[in-house]
Design a protein around this ligand. Structure first.
Ligand code: C5P
Length: 394
């Protein structure tokens, strides 16, 4: 996800610097090549040796570093970089950046960076963050085109609680990977259903299906990366909500239906990925059904669940609708028929036995013109391709 990306990590003085070691490792796992530049104060919190050992590359701390052949590390380092990330960014460093000061390698490099994008992850005590001078500097940096990541809120190393925590490495990694995605859905609101539904038989037993939620969650992440505001209505799955996606948890198809109908009026796009149970048990018991004898089986009665996608697709002035279909056989005929029956402009099909719970998927897109098959690929890559495809259709 960061392959071929050349990054500069700038580290300034803050205890959150220890988290940047983890961030560097995870970014490298995703294929990034990282040069590390530290301020003098940063080296009081964590040793350059740590970053040198992790990155396998020279760590820069000095504007006058004689190892750089032309003695111009401040120019050289950003020239072939895809982005500079300052994490942690201290109060002092932000003030220097906002005012164009250049009195050490990292601040000089930032001023000399030309068109290289600059992302900063503030990390400071809550009073320092709230101080009018800091807030003024944040505004100035935003106006200057600097991307401010966070800060988060919560317990601080000083013992106080509030805004100013550096984002966690996983959150910064999500910010970093999203940064390189084109903002094809900027300003759009996307509503997505994902996962299975779970239909109670009694308080301890349910009927569900094998959907893992991976595809719907990947699409939620891809849409968020593309700049959309994403709401994910999710059945029970073992996945964390993607970064900055607002998730509403539901159990049954009827709960999913009610939630979608309450959210859909805000949505520009509705992507129905959930494997919604077709029936619910209409005589579900309030107490656990007892096994009376070895032979006796419960007499379950079923009623159809509402078809959420068809109902949304039939709304007047409703969102652009995308359906999914997981088929075990005759994929083309079933998917074509389903697209027409549900009356959606785009239906995405895959083979249930290959896609369910897998990390890869082979999608086939059905629209008015016919169908297009995509090669098997990782679900996040498929999701990004789908988001791009939907953006083109809007
Ligand atoms: O009819 P079938 O379940 O195969 O249709 C699949 C598509 O319809 C998926 O997009 C699924 O999320 C949606 N669906 C729905 N409500 C249902 C059944 C399916 O929204 N009750």
């Amino acid at each position: 996800m960061l392959s071929n990306k050349k990054l500069v990590f700038g580290i300034t003085g803050g205890i959150a610097a220890y988290k940047t070691a983890e961030l560097l490792r995870r970014s490298q796992d995703l294929g990034a090549r990282i040069d590390v530049v530290m301020t003098e104060s940063a080296t009081r919190f964590i040793s350059p040796v740590t970053f040198q050992a992790l990155s396998g590359r020279t760590v820069y701390t000095d504007l006058w570093d004689a190892r750089v052949p032309n003695n111009m590390a401040h120019i050289q380092l950003s020239r072939d970089a895809d982005a500079i990330l300052i994490a942690p960014a201290s109060t002092n460093f932000m003030a220097k950046l906002a005012n164009g000061l250049a009195d050490d390698l990292l601040s000089t490099l930032c001023i000399a960076r030309g068109h290289c994008p600059l992302l900063i992850a503030p990390a400071m005590n809550r009073e320092m963050w709230l101080h009018p001078a800091t807030q003024r500097n944040v505004e100035q940096l935003r106006r200057d085109g600097v991307h401010i990541l966070g800060p988060g809120s919560g317990d601080q190393a000083c013992g106080e609680t509030g805004d100013g925590r550096m984002l966690e490495p996983a959150q910064l990694l999500a910010e970093l990977t999203a940064f390189f995605q084109p903002k094809l859905l900027a300003g759009k609101r996307v509503l997505i259903t994902a996962g299975p539904t779970s239909e109670p038989i009694d308080p301890v037993r349910v009927i569900s299906n094998r959907s893992s939620g991976k595809m719907g969650y990947a699409i939620a992440r891809a849409a968020q990366e593309a700049g959309a505001q994403v709401t994910l209505v999710s059945g029970p799955v073992a996945l964390n909500a993607p970064y900055q996606v607002s998730r509403i948890n539901v159990e049954t198809a009827r709960q999913m239906h009610a939630t979608v109908m309450s959210q859909v009026h805000h949505a520009d796009i509705f992507i129905s990925v959930a494997a919604v149970a077709d029936w619910y048990v209409s005589n579900a018991s309030d107490i656990k059904i007892k096994k009376t004898s070895e032979q006796a089986t419960p007499d379950l009665q079923f009623s159809p669940n509402p078809d959420i996608l068809a109902e949304v697709a039939a709304l007047k002035d409703g969102p652009y609708c995308v359906g999914f279909a997981a088929e075990t056989d005759n994929l083309i005929e079933h998917a074509q028929a389903k697209r027409q029956r549900k009356n959606v402009p785009l239906l995405v099909a895959n083979l249930a036995q290959r896609a369910m719970n897998a990390d890869d998927t082979e999608l086939v897109l059905f629209d008015e013109q016919g169908h297009t098959q995509w090669p098997a690929q990782d679900k996040l890559l498929a999701a990004r391709q789908l988001v791009k495809n939907i953006a083109q259709r809007l």
